[in-house]
Design a protein around this ligand. Structure first.
Ligand code: 5GP
Length: 192
């Protein structure tokens, strides 16, 4: 998606450790018009596939998923939580995920009443790096008996393993921008 690539080139910042900072428009300050265009693009890509629900993970996925939902007939958006509340454990699906940017493990939690057997689910997130966050959501869908019909990613870091692992496992991963390389010294970002 050219608009997203142009925006990354203009406003993205390449940090040491292969981290792309896009907090001026994607995951801290939010450009809602851009989110809307991203949602329209995913709807075009996944058109013809019945989707009951969009599942994402807090916090960065929520904004893009909500904007996208408007283009999927206002399907409900469910976001996995990363912190436990006082709910009874049996009421929730829980798995653990290792965070690339935070360099630690955190829980991924979805209340059972928001994900049901047989539901057709589209997974959305802001970044795909090693695929841990997506794998956590896939595991939870598996536990619930829900079907993952596609995975939409805003920015895939193609030089990390997540995309390949998920595609090899048979998932339809559609990334709006695939970064093939980036350089923290020059600040350059290359796309597929
Ligand atoms: P994965 O689980 O695929 O290894 O990493 C994806 C998650 O890590 C995303 O939810 C995103 O929040 C975070 N992440 C991974 N790489 C980057 C990056 O380069 N920049 C930012 N801002 N977040 C990243």
């Amino acid at each position: 998606m050219k608009e997203l690539q142009d925006r990354i080139r203009r406003d993205g910042m390449v940090k040491p450790g292969n981290v792309l900072k896009v907090d001026s428009f994607l995951n801290h300050q939010c450009d809602v018009a851009l989110f809307d265009h991203m949602g329209a693009e995913w709807a075009r890509i996944f058109s013809g596939r019945h989707i009951d629900k969009i599942l994402t993970i807090e916090a960065s996925g929520i904004g893009i998923a909500c904007c996208a939902a408007r283009h999927f007939g206002d399907v409900p958006v469910v976001f996995a939580k990363k912190t436990q509340s006082i709910n009874l454990e049996g009421d929730q699906y829980v798995t653990k995920v290792y965070s690339y940017t935070k360099q630690r493990e955190f829980p991924v939690i979805v209340a059972k009443r928001f994900l049901k057997a047989g539901e057709r689910v589209l997974l959305l997130d802001d970044f795909l790096a090693n695929g841990k966050a997506m794998q956590g959501l896939i595991d939870i869908c598996g536990e619930a008996g829900a079907q993952v019909v596609g995975i939409g990613i805003a920015i895939e870091k193609g030089f990390q393993s997540g995309g390949e692992i998920l595609r090899r496992a048979g998932y339809d991963v559609e990334s709006l921008a695939i970064v093939t390389s980036m350089d923290a010294e020059t600040g350059t970002v290359e796309f597929a």
